[in-house]
Design a protein around this ligand. Structure first.
Ligand SMILES: [Fe+2]
Length: 348
C-alpha cells in the first residue's frame, strides 16, 4: 500500500493478514516538521486512527522532551495530565512523562492507558529518545481482535459486573517491580485536601490509614463503547492489576508458586492492588489467564528507533513493554480526556 500526502507517505502497516490491517507506518517525503504535518493532515489522521488503531511516524526526529511536547500537542485537541495513574513515571516536560519506571527485567502486559479510571485518554503518544540496547520492544494488540477472540460469555460478564480496583499505594505488598507509588506520587501533590478533591471529582472512594497511607476504591468499566464508532471494547485493567498478573522475571510456574506463597502470608486486601468485580465478587484466574492468552496471541511488536513517534487510539490498541537491558528512554503523553455520562461520551 502506497499512499502519498503532501507531508508524508504511508510505507505500509505493522501487521497485515487476511483479517485485518493494523497500525500504519508513515515516513516523511522530505525533512518536515511533524507538528505542522499533523495539523495539516488532522482529518486524515483521525480517519486512519479509527481504521488502523495507530500510526507510527518514523524518521521525523521526535527525540527530545521539548519536541515530544510540541508534536503531542499537535496530535491532540487537549493534553491530559497523568494524575491518579497506576504506574510510577517521571515528568520530563509539562504533559510529557517517562513511559514507565518499572524495573527493566519485567515485562508489562499490553493494556489500555487508564482504563480503570472514570476519565481516560482517548489518544496516547510515545516517542523514542533512546532505544534499549537489547529488548524493550513495545508489544501492541488490536482491541478489535481481542474482542473477536474473547469468549462472549467473558465479555458479557465483565460488561455487566464491571471492575473494582482497591489500591494501597506504598503500604501495599507485592512484587518488587517499582510499581508501587506513594499517594503523593500518584496524585502529584502533598496535600490531602487536593487528593480528596480529585477523588471526589473522579468517583474514587478513599480512606486515610493510621499509618499515614491511603486506600482507595474505584469501579470502572468492564466493557466500554468506543466514543466515535460505538464498538464494544473490552476496556479494563483486570488482567494486568489482579494478583494473578503479578509480573516476575521467572517462568509462569515459578510465578504461580510465588503468588500462592504470597497469598498464604498476606490477605489479598494487603496487595497494592486488589481487583474484583464491581459487585465485590472474586474473579476467576483461568478467565484472566484466557484474556492474557488472547492478548499474547494477538500481539505484534516493533523495534524502536530513535525519533519514532507513535500515536494510538487508546480504545483500539493495547500497549505494553518487553524486558530490556541498557538505557532506554521512551516518552509518553496523554491527550483528549474521555469519559461517559450515562451512555453519552464526553470527549475533548
Ligand atoms: Fe501503559
Amino acid at each position: 500500500m502506497i499512499v502519498r500526502l503532501p507531508a508524508f507517505t504511508v510505507a505500509g502497516t505493522l501487521s497485515s493478514d487476511a483479517r485485518e490491517d493494523f497500525l500504519l507506518v508513515v515516513q516523511p517525503n522530505e525533512p518536515v516538521d511533524l507538528a505542522a504535518a499533523l495539523r495539516l493532515h488532522s482529518r486524515w489522521i483521525s480517519e486512519m486512527l479509527l481504521a488502523y488503531g495507530g500510526i507510527l511516524f518514523r524518521g521525523f526526529g521526535v527525540d527530545s522532551p521539548s519536541t515530544m511536547r510540541r508534536v503531542a500537542e499537535a496530535a491532540y485537541e487537549r493534553a491530559m495530565p497523568y494524575t491518579g495513574g497506576n504506574l510510577p513515571r517521571q515528568t520530563v516536560e509539562k504533559g510529557v512523562y517517562t513511559s514507565d519506571e518499572i524495573s527493566s527485567q519485567y515485562r508489562i502486559t499490553p493494556h489500555y492507558a487508564m482504563s480503570y479510571a472514570r476519565t481516560w485518554p482517548a489518544r496516547l503518544a510515545f516517542a523514542c529518545v533512546t532505544p534499549a540496547k537489547r529488548g524493550g520492544r513495545m508489544p501492541l494488540c488490536s482491541g478489535r481482535r481481542l474482542m473477536k477472540h474473547l469468549h462472549p460469555k467473558i465479555v458479557d460478564e465483565f460488561e455487566r459486573r464491571r471492575v473494582s480496583y482497591v489500591r494501597m499505594y506504598a503500604d501495599g505488598v507485592g512484587p518488587a517491580t517499582n510499581q508501587r507509588q506513594t499517594w503523593a506520587q500518584c496524585y502529584q501533590t502533598e496535600s490531602r485536601t487536593d487528593v480528596e478533591t480529585f477523588c471526589r471529582l473522579n468517583g474514587i472512594e478513599l480512606e486515610w490509614l493510621p499509618s499515614g497511607g491511603l486506600r482507595t476504591r474505584q469501579t470502572g468499566h468492564g466493557v466500554a463503547p468506543h466514543p466515535i464508532t460505538g464498538e464494544r471494547i473490552f476496556f479494563n485493567h483486570a488482567h494486568l492489576l489482579h494478583t494473578s498478573a503479578w509480573p516476575t522475571a521467572e517462568s509462569d510456574a515459578t510465578r504461580a508458586a510465588a503468588i500462592r506463597q504470597f497469598l498464604t502470608t498476606f490477605p489479598e486486601e494487603k496487595a497494592y492492588y486488589n481487583v474484583t468485580f464491581g459487585d465485590g465478587g472474586k474473579m476467576s484466574v483461568p478467565v484472566l489467564d484466557e484474556v492474557r492468552r488472547v492478548i499474547a496471541e494477538a500481539r505484534v511488536t516493533f523495534d524502536w528507533q530513535r525519533g519514532d513517534f507513535l500515536l494510538l487510539d487508546n480504545m483500539l490498541v493495547l500497549h505494553g513493554r518487553e524486558e530490556f537491558s541498557g538505557d532506554r528512554l521512551i516518552l509518553s503523553a496523554h491527550g483528549d480526556p474521555c469519559s461517559y455520562k450515562g451512555a453519552a461520551p464526553l470527549c475533548a
